[in-house]
Write a protein that binds this ligand. Structure first.
Ligand code: AHG
Ligand code: MN
Ligand code: MN
Length: 337
């Protein structure tokens, strides 16, 4: 239900508490964790907005675990999220795109494990184009009186307790799910609060729009190539040709896809034969949101959320968006079209 249909405003904090009250036996820990992430998001949003002024733009001078150059704002966002997750003792382990190893916290009895991409789309920072933060939350499986193990972190996406993203766009939005639909909030900077925008986002079933880096076509699977050729052919009856939209920031490209529909693709290519996007803090959380909104998220063989992870930074091919768009792509991947 859209916020505009109500005659009063709901803050993120209030919404989280109300949602928690619907569950008997909820301890409030997940709610606290979501509020902590909301606070970190406000701080990152403030810095992203003034980055050009405060000279945070540009390279930090090192490379992350994937050999990509790390930007100053990546470091700032990473620090903010780490301290937000460490502050309440709820998180026992966290995994960041910017840290090679998983990070064990002093609160080793904490119930939750959090993966995050502190700043997604960071190559867009220098040109004032939207970036984001992605998070994915799991419950640990091992007993809480023992130190958590790596296997606690390596759970399939279907086991996520919650996931979400923050989009630092023309306004800052926080979108999350705990498995009962998708809710979005818009930051009102004048009062410093995320206000409820929509508490049941549904992705359209079909939309004639696609999002892919076509410069990487070398090395695409044959089915992807055939599908992209197909959607560019003219046929008014099936709304072809589709329009292309590609920002190069997964959060931005998928936020648009979530609201308007269409399909986002990051297939394997010559440089990235196993895909580029990271399973645990890019594909799984975004896939969970898309599925909760009624869409599909696949890796070319099956659901992204069913992939059993082998390592914390592994990559996966990914195709997600409107149900009918993804189903048609799958027909091409399976050689049925
Ligand atoms: P990050 O900035 O966290 O490294 O992520 C960048 C990712 C993702 O946001 C985007 O979808 C993709 O890289 C773009 O890759 P190409 O430049 O290969 O298109
Ligand atoms: Mn990213
Ligand atoms: Mn990143």
């Amino acid at each position: 239900m859209a916020q505009s249909k109500k005659n009063y405003l709901i803050t993120l904090e209030e919404y989280i508490i109300r949602s928690q009250n619907r569950f008997n036996g909820a301890t409030g820990e997940l709610s606290q964790l979501l509020r902590d992430i909301g606070l970190a998001a406000k701080i990152v949003s403030r810095e992203v907005n003034k980055a050009g002024i405060t000279n945070l733009l540009g390279q930090y001078g090192s490379q992350n675990v994937h050999g990509e150059s790390v930007k100053k704002l990546d470091v700032f966002a990473d620090d903010q999220i780490k301290s937000a997750l460490a502050r309440s003792g709820i998180v026992s382990m966290m995994i960041s795109e910017e840290s090679n190893e998983l990070i064990r916290l002093e609160s080793s009895s904490g119930k939750y494990i959090v993966f995050f991409d502190p700043l997604d789309g960071s190559s867009n920072i220098d040109v004032n184009v939207s970036v984001g933060t992605i998070f994915s939350i799991y419950r640990r499986k091992s007993p809480r009186n023992k130190s958590p193990k790596e296997s606690d972190a390596l759970q399939p996406g279907d086991s996520q307790a919650a996931a979400g993203y923050v989009l630092y766009g023309s306004s800052t939005m926080l979108v999350y799910t705990t498995g009962i639909g998708v809710s979005s909030f818009t930051l009102d900077p004048s009062i410093g609060e995320f206000m409820l925008s929509d508490d049941d986002i549904r992705i359209p079933e079909l939309h004639p729009q696609y999002s892919i880096n076509e410069g990487n076509a070398s090395g695409w699977p044959e089915g992807v190539r055939a599908y992209i050729d197909h959607i560019k052919k003219v046929d008014a009856g099936t709304m072809r040709p589709y329009s292309l939209r590609y920002i190069g920031s997964m959060v931005s490209d998928l936020h648009r896809t979530l609201l308007l529909g269409g399909i986002f693709l990051y297939p394997p290519n010559v440089s990235n034969p196993k895909g580029k996007l990271r399973l645990m803090y890019e594909c799984n959380p975004m896939g969970y949101i898309i599925e909760q909104a009624g869409g599909l998220a696949v890796d070319g063989k099956g659901r992204v959320l069913e992939v059993v992870p082998e390592s914390i930074h592994q990559t996966a091919p990914v195709y997600m968006g409107s149900r009918k768009n993804v189903e048609e792509l799958m027909e091409f991947l399976n050689g049925k079209k």
